[in-house]
Ligand binder design. Sequence first.
Ligand SMILES: C[C@](O)(CO)[C@H](O)COP(=O)(O)OP(=O)(O)OC[C@H]1O[C@@H](n2ccc(N)nc2=O)[C@H](O)[C@@H]1O
Ligand SMILES: Nc1ncnc2c1ncn2[C@@H]1O[C@H](COP(=O)(O)OP(=O)(O)OP(=O)(O)O)[C@@H](O)[C@H]1O
Length: 282
Amino acid sequence: MPPFRSPMAIDAFAPAKINLTLHVTGERADGYHLLDSLVAFADVGDRISLRPSAALSLQVTGPEAAGVPVDDSNLALKAARFFGAGGGAIALEKNLPAAAGIGGGSSDAAAVLRAFSDMTGREIPAGASALGADVPVCLRAGAVRMAGIGDLLSPVPPLPPLWCVLVNPRLVVATPDVFRALAQKANPPMPEAIPAFATAPALGAWLKGQRNDLEHTAIRLQPRIAVVLNTLATLPGAMLHRMSGSGATCFALFADDAAARAAATRLSHEFPGWWVRAAALS
Ligand SMILES: C[C@](O)(CO)[C@H](O)COP(=O)(O)OP(=O)(O)OC[C@H]1O[C@@H](n2ccc(N)nc2=O)[C@H](O)[C@@H]1O
Ligand SMILES: Nc1ncnc2c1ncn2[C@@H]1O[C@H](COP(=O)(O)OP(=O)(O)OP(=O)(O)O)[C@@H](O)[C@H]1O
């Protein structure tokens, strides 16, 4: 690997990934599923700091660090190895719950790849999807349409100003379990063209006609996800409520920041055991 270009630590943000839609359109012979998803990113997420160091190391801290692996199975270390990094001290601040459908590990991997690229001046090698299906979209870290098994990205018109409340009821849902239990694998994709939306309500109305095809199955595995969705439906100003990824994190969308923050405050009081965040999406 080339020497470190920067003697300083490099910081990288690993935003939460939100599947505004998640259509499952088929299954490949290798068991991976074909997706059609409109993905956005929140301004809440994990934080990575990369310091030059002869040896490769990982330290995990933060409010959501408990249970996150610190060995070679951590996606941050896998990403460093994929980059070809011989050394580098990675500090990962975990703010996102793990196994939560918001791409925590994949976004960490993408942030580590970005940090090594910044530090060395070398491009991120092709094929990062080998680290995880969500890694390519997390490298983009902005609204995009994701197809194939997560590897085909196509641009979408910029989203209108948009806010959300993210809720994780502290239920772990393993992505492979949800795909395995999915009964209907071939569902219609989104329309060929995703229109430009001038306002959040216009986007919200369009999203209502789209789906997360994993939602019913995830609820079957973890029935309390339905409680979260029903609760989100009652929030003043909520335009749409849906599950992200394979769950269990769900989101409600809002046209303004104040309504999202008020909703998050209310939910945090009513459900102190839930992970609740208000965030802007882009
Ligand atoms: C469901 C999504 O969250 C939508 O954004 C992602 O596609 C999942 O991305 P991820 O967690 O990075 O996925 P990976 O770690 O690559 O795969 C975890 C498991 O999910 C299933 N999987 C994942 C992606 C995909 N297109 N089809 C699948 O069937 C496979 O069983 C796989 O073993
Ligand atoms: N950096 C990491 N952060 C969180 N989990 C990690 C990390 N590295 C490895 N893992 C492992 O990956 C598993 C899935 O965690 P992750 O947070 O990526 O799931 P997810 O949010 O459901 O992902 P997706 O939305 O991409 O399906 C965890 O159970 C954990 O054991």
